[in-house]
Design a protein around this ligand. Structure first.
Ligand SMILES: [Zn+2]
Length: 68
């Protein structure tokens, strides 16, 4: 199953498996944006982004909003 997660900068992460997606998102977030995510955080953010059809940054915002 092809998984896609979009970034605000226009970068799209494609992966066949969840573990691969997580690894690529973590690398991109760190290299391009200086943001560090744990694998668990990436999965939660990806889940929200998938629901909303948004970027992983929007997923991150949804996650933070829920915790508040
Ligand atoms: Zn990016």
């Amino acid at each position: 199953m092809d998984k896609v997660l979009r970034c605000e900068c226009g970068f799209e992460v494609h992966a066949d498996e969840e573990t691969e997606l997580v690894a690529r998102v973590r690398r991109h977030a760190l290299e391009a944006h200086g943001m560090r995510f744990s694998p668990h955080e990436v999965l939660r953010v990806a889940f929200h982004a998938e629901l909303d059809g948004g970027t992983w940054q929007q997923g991150l915002g949804a996650e933070m909003h829920e915790d508040a």
